[in-house]
Design a protein around this ligand. Structure first.
Ligand code: CO
Length: 672
């Protein structure tokens, strides 16, 4: 804004003389959804939102985002919390600020397009439970995927915010596909569909400040609707981008409270408030009230989540986004996946392969679920392709995408890949061109019948329809049919503080039994050093043989390294701990509990090519299978992989059940 826009300021203390701005920028707070989703793997618990809820309600936010995105999945799967209950509980504390949710259009809050009957039921339940604003997006920007959910938003008198996923193929806005015209045309489509506001959803933080200026100007000129900007901080551009967007006349921007801001999250609210004080876009927010909320979050809430911070790097920005345009969440998933397969050295190959896969798949934007689809397929290609043959292991979701089940891609899918992916595809080998949900059979009544002994109300039925495997598990916990495992139980502030203190102690090398500390013997010259790896941390352990250094007379090859003997003094020196993003959680590294002992069942073993969760086994023990027939579906990194029988024969053993987590190389079944 230019100088004449400045309202006269009379003192450094802006409050007494702070006139109301002509056109205050509106703010949506994302702390309670995208904030913890971005930084803490969506692990924020309702009980940790309540202490700040009433204070946040007093700030004057245009809306607060409390639900949607990954929260539905994470609450019931990892937190033993009913996702619907979260809305109802928070609604009791937020008396005036509207609630917004992130709706993945026909994907709802999952990772695939659901049938229309499930979509409708989900929408009515969301409205009934208290949602006000439906920020709706489709990963392919194919608005045919809005056709079922949007009429319900309108029918219920709620706010329909239409999103355009912002993506690039060039370093900056422009080029063949994602240029200014593309975004203007998308905005016009949304206006025609009855959008109340339009959101530019910059999930990877790719939107550069001057591109934002031009984009907002163009959108404001093309459509008569308020424009909302959602820009992740990941690359470090977002704060600058906000300011240029505000100068261009953007109506609403998204921010987080400081402890939930920056990194892969969003710019913080407080600096923006200060930057705009006294201008015609002044938020009017009381920065002291914001500071009080931050104080509660910092001292009472953050200790419980600190360990989840996705990385321990000093830099708070991720330059890979500027170099490779890989969104932060996607990158941490890729790194996690490679790490679990002991293939972190392949990261450069992954960077190289990723744009090729994206191009083959129709140059799609990278956002949930397409970021997972492209990411997992990229890793599969890097790890499994051999002898020049590409796409040797195609995920079920890539097959669905090739079939048209996600919608229309920005440019056509590579026809060779499409043909390969659809060979033997259950719905047919010819891709569809209609709205995807047209070919999805109704799912709700089938789900209702399957879960009738557990579901007590419609919310339970919808939860199960969206997430059959983890949903059933959750409902068993919810109704006391099964004890929830301790990983899903909440942690108290005291426990969290004790854990943090222990980590601090360990870092200083003080975690040694007291008795041994008192009389720690001197280290001899004969001490030997071992690297001990514990999950994602490693320790340098020095071992001294009691009674002098060992004399090695004859070295014979060992099958596995021996553990240090307990009676020897062991000093732990913590070494660097590489970043380990916690979503999804690492599956157990221990041997599978139900794995058949080697040699017990003879035959061809089907092993897990990656750690994951068993979705189901389409066959039973004793069934015959043909070569290449699907024998087990394994979910890894949220993608389902149909594993095929390497040989024909009879199923001799099935070693796991639906919902079990399995490590890499676990023997899933045996064919004889
Ligand atoms: Co976001």
């Amino acid at each position: 804004m230019s100088e004449h826009d400045q309202v006269k300021m009379t003192s450094m203390d802006y409050r007494p003389e702070r006139p109301k701005a002509e056109n205050p920028i509106k703010i949506m707070d994302l702390t309670l959804r995208d904030g913890h989703q971005s930084l803490f793997a969506t692990r924020g618990r309702t009980e940790d939102m309540i202490p700040v809820a009433e204070k946040m309600d007093q700030i004057g936010f245009w809306a607060t985002e409390t639900w949607g995105g990954a929260t539905f999945d994470a609450t019931h799967r990892f937190l033993n919390e009913d996702p619907w209950e979260r809305i109802r509980t928070l609604k009791r504390y937020f008396k005036k600020t509207p609630f917004s949710m992130l709706l993945r259009a026909q994907n709802l809050v999952g990772y695939r397009n659901y049938a229309d009957d499930v979509a409708k039921a989900f929408m009515y339940r969301s409205v009934e439970n208290g949602m006000d604003i439906f920020r709706t997006f489709d990963a392919l920007n194919d608005y045919r995927n809005f056709e079922t959910v949007v009429p319900i938003i309108k029918e219920c008198g709620k706010h329909f915010q239409g999103c355009i996923c912002y993506t690039l193929t060039e370093p900056r806005l422009g080029g063949e596909v994602y240029n200014l015209d593309y975004y203007v045309n998308k905005a016009k489509e949304l206006e025609k569909m009855g959008a109340d506001t339009i959101c530019i959803k910059d999930m990877a933080g790719l939107l550069a400040p001057y591109d934002a200026y031009n984009l907002i100007k163009a959108l404001k000129a093309a459509v008569g609707l308020p424009i909302h900007l959602h820009s992740h901080f990941t690359s470090g551009l977002a704060s600058m981008t906000h300011l240029k967007a505000i100068e261009a006349g953007v109506d609403i921007v998204d921010t987080c409270m400081t402890p939930y801001a920056y990194r892969t999250s969003h710019p913080a609210i407080e600096p923006l408030v200060m930057a705009l004080v006294g201008t015609n876009r002044d938020t009017g927010f009381d920065i002291k009230k914001l500071a009080e909320i931050n104080e509660i979050l910092e001292s009472e809430i953050m200790p419980k989540y600190k360990h989840l911070l996705a990385d321990n790097t000093v830099s708070i920005i991720d330059i890979n986004v500027l170099l490779h345009q890989t969104p932060g969440g996607m990158l941490s998933n890729l790194i996690n996946q490679l790490k679990e397969m002991d293939a972190l050295d392949k990261i450069d190959a992954v960077y190289k392969e990723l744009p090729r896969v994206r191009k083959d798949l129709g140059q799609i934007p990278l956002v949930t679920p397409t970021s997972q689809i492209v990411g997992v397929q990229t890793v599969n290609n890097v790890l499994h392709d051999k002898n020049g043959e590409r796409y040797t292991m195609i995920t079920a979701q890539v097959k669905d995408l090739c079939y048209g089940l996600y919608g229309k891609t920005a440019v056509p899918i590579n026809p060779e890949l499409q043909k390969k992916a659809l060979k033997g595809y259950s719905r047919g080998e010819e891709p569809i061109t209609c709205r995807p949900a047209e070919v999805i059979e109704p799912e709700l009544e089938k789900a209702r019948a399957e879960i009738k002994e557990l579901a007590m109300d419609e919310d339970d039925v919808v939860l199960y329809a969206l997430y059959p495997v983890t949903g059933r598990k959750f409902l068993k916990w919810k109704y006391g049919k099964e004890e929830p495992p301790k990983e899903v139980l909440p942690k108290s502030l005291e426990q969290a503080k004790a854990e943090l203190a222990l980590i601090e102690k360990a870092k200083k090398g003080l975690v040694v039994e007291k008795a041994k500390l008192e009389k720690m013997p001197e280290k001899s010259d004969g001490k030997r050093t071992f690297n001990v790896f514990v999950e994602d941390e490693y320790y340098k352990v020095e071992v001294d043989e009691v009674g002098g250094p060992p004399v090695i007379r004859y070295a014979q090859p060992l099958a596995a390294p021996a553990a240090p003997v307990a009676s020897q003094p062991v000093a732990l020196t913590p070494a660097a701990s590489p970043a380990a993003p916690p979503l999804p959680p690492p599956p157990p590294k221990a041997a599978p509990k139900k794995a058949a002992p080697a040699g017990e069942v003879k035959g061809e073993e089907v092993k897990a090519p990656m750690p994951g969760m068993i979705v189901n086994y389409p066959k039973k023990v004793g069934d015959t299978v043909e070569k290449n027939e699907t024998v087990v579906i394994l979910e890894a990194m949220k993608m389902e992989n149909a594993l095929a029988a390497p040989v024909g024969g009879t199923i001799k053993a099935i070693n796991f059940a639906s919902g079990d987590s399995v490590p890499k190389d676990a023997v899933l079944l045996v064919i004889g």
